[in-house]
Design a binder for this molecule. Structure first.
Ligand SMILES: NC(=O)c1ccc[n+]([C@@H]2O[C@H](COP(=O)([O-])OP(=O)(O)OC[C@H]3O[C@@H](n4cnc5c(N)ncnc54)[C@H](O)[C@@H]3O)[C@@H](O)[C@H]2O)c1
Length: 263
């Protein structure tokens, strides 16, 4: 019978995880190490990366930590050189850093657009290029990037974030076709909602501000709708109300205040 545990045994393998300080990256580093891989934990937040590496060592694994900015080509090149020097080779490379600014395209600033594209898309490109160059020379390896369900399923306020994630999915396909012959595999995970610190913060903290703004907008639209006016104006208020309602429910799962008051 096949020993299925051996299929997942990474003893002797070397892994690099960028974004290892939190959430999916932290879980990836811990999982790879638990399965036997010696793991280099990198993050912009060195203190958090060190906590992950220490937890791995505490559980009997091998891990070190270092700082790198995913949106800097020079820092990613230096990180890969550092990890290669420490580990000897890199068999598995995971990158997770990504940000989202939930806003309508009409309200996006160029700076906000650049921040998202620089980290999500350009950062993934830097990681692919630097790790890929090493793995092609090694003639083998596995690279895993972070896409999202938003690469395929979209809603208002997520167009720019979703566009970067869709671009990552295509970058994966194209890059995999380029390096596959050298034994290098390239994939991306596309999570739905994962309850990471980022998600919890958005739900419990930053979202409160967004909710109070939504409340104010909904109250304004309700007042406008009830004031009457032309049918075109009422229709416009109605459409915005439907949209705000949808946003509130899909983002936070919380009913709008005027619904609560009717109960
Ligand atoms: N959590 C979800 O529900 C979810 C859903 C779909 C896709 N994703 C994607 O998964 C990835 C990881 O998300 P997460 O929830 O684990 O996030 P997280 O915020 O919990 O972790 C991200 C980590 O990346 C690090 N980081 C941020 N900017 C960096 C930079 N410039 N350079 C290096 N490190 C940096 C942070 O310090 C943090 O440790 C993201 O790309 C996100 O878009 C998450």
């Amino acid at each position: 019978m096949t020993d299925y545990r051996k299929l997942f045994d990474l003893t002797g393998r070397k892994a690099l995880v960028l974004g290892a300080g939190s959430g999916i990256g932290k879980a990836s580093a811990e999982a790879l190490a638990a399965l036997g891989a010696e793991t280099h934990c990198a993050d912009l937040d060195l203190a958090h990366a060190e906590v992950t590496a220490a937890a791995i060592r505490g559980a009997g694994g091998k891990a070190a930590a270092s700082r790198a900015d995913a949106s800097s080509g020079a820092e990613i090149a230096a990180l890969v050189a550092r990890a290669k020097a420490a580990l000897g080779r890199i068999d598995i490379a995971v990158t997770t850093p990504g940000i989202n600014i939930r806003k309508l395209v009409l309200n996006y600033s160029e700076d906000e657009f650049d921040r998202i594209v620089d980290l999500n898309l350009k950062g993934t490109f830097f990681f692919f290029r630097e790790v890929g160059r090493l793995m092609v020379l090694q003639k083998g390896g596995s690279i895993i990037a972070s896409s999202s369900v938003r690469a395929t399923t979209i809603e208002p306020g997520l167009a720019v974030y979703g566009a970067t994630k869709a671009a990552i999915s295509l970058l994966v396909k194209g890059f995999a076709a380029e390096v596959g012959a050298a034994g290098v595999r390239v994939n991306a995970i596309a999570p739905g909602i994962i309850e990471t610190p980022l998600f919890v913060l958005a739900r419990n903290g930053a979202a409160l501000d967004a909710e109070s703004k939504l409340d104010a907008e909904i109250a304004r639209c309700l007042a406008g709708f009830e004031r009457g006016g032309t049918s075109q104006a009422r229709h416009s208020y109605f459409e915005r109300l439907v949209w705000y309602e949808k946003m509130r429910q899909e983002i936070h799962g919380i009913p709008a205040p005027h619904r609560r008051s009717r109960r």
